[in-house]
Design a protein around this ligand. Sequence first.
Ligand code: PMV
Length: 354
Amino acid sequence: AESWVIMVTAQTPTNIAVIKYWGKRDEKLILPVNDSISVTLDPAHLCTTTTVAVSPSFAQDRMWLNGKEISLSGGRYQNCLREIRARACDVEDKERGIKISKKDWEKLYVHIASYNNFPTAAGLASSAAGFACLVFALAKLMNAKEDNSELSAIARQGSGSACRSLFGGFVKWKMGKVEDGSDSLAVQVVDEKHWDDLVIIIAVVSSRQKETSSTTGMRETVETSLLLQHRAKEIVPKRIVQMEESIKNRNFASFAHLTCADSNQFHAVCMDTCPPIFYMNDTSHRIISCVEKWNRSVGTPQVAYTFDAGPNAVLIAHNRKAAAQLLQKLLFYFPPNSDTELNSYVLGDKSILK
Ligand code: PMV
């Protein structure tokens, strides 16, 4: 029997939404009810590294996450594998005399090994980086000719937010119009060099797993919240335009205002869900108050905050000076190991847009 292996390794950072995605209009294809915009982090801090391998000796598709084998039977993995396989092209390794034709891919299996360089249980988004990395690595292995936007539409079917991790810098996920979802994909707004004095700090408030998964939460919000309808139709379309403008002009005051307002509205929409969903806790609320007070006292915003489906604060500082002051404040008001819930470490100390 033949006994060769071809491998590809890719690395993908996670992303944090500044205009949130919350709510699907199609659960199977993962099509959102509104556009969203995110910033991709520096790969040195929160990223996934994935190696994919193909060999005629593999008897089935298998995957290991942080060294532990996990099941690939879920629909999300199957969708990604099927979509990439459908786009596989000829691959040739002349040196080793290996040739895989387009048709061979149908009967070849892959092994996937994926690692996160941050604690998976830290309650920080890991599916975004994970699915983006998986799709990208498989596409390279199978020599798929699709560009990153086209690949993003496949990563989207693994986890919605994953589509935005195919690009660096600031990225927009366009909700799209067509029923098959082919135009629901990510495009880059500006690259990672455009606004490189921003600094992101993640305050790990709690490392517990969230109680309501984003899938369940979104479903319940779509079914019960009237506020979501208003947000998706009337608010987000205008905010997307304003946010793109702020990013292009590096207008931090406007950027911070929109980012905080959108995070707060996302959590308001969760509260408007029946039964209500609480992702933030007292410490999260105190961090918001602290940042709001500080920004107000200076007169111009120094820091923006945003929270996803959990209590951890993502803080975006205008520059290194503001970031240093922010860290000082956090350590003063939220000393590690005190009765506040703030964990003993703060992640992502460097400029994220490198
Ligand atoms: O892609 P999911 O299913 O993990 O959902 C992500 C939802 C939020 O993180 C709360 C918002 C977003 O746009 O990333």
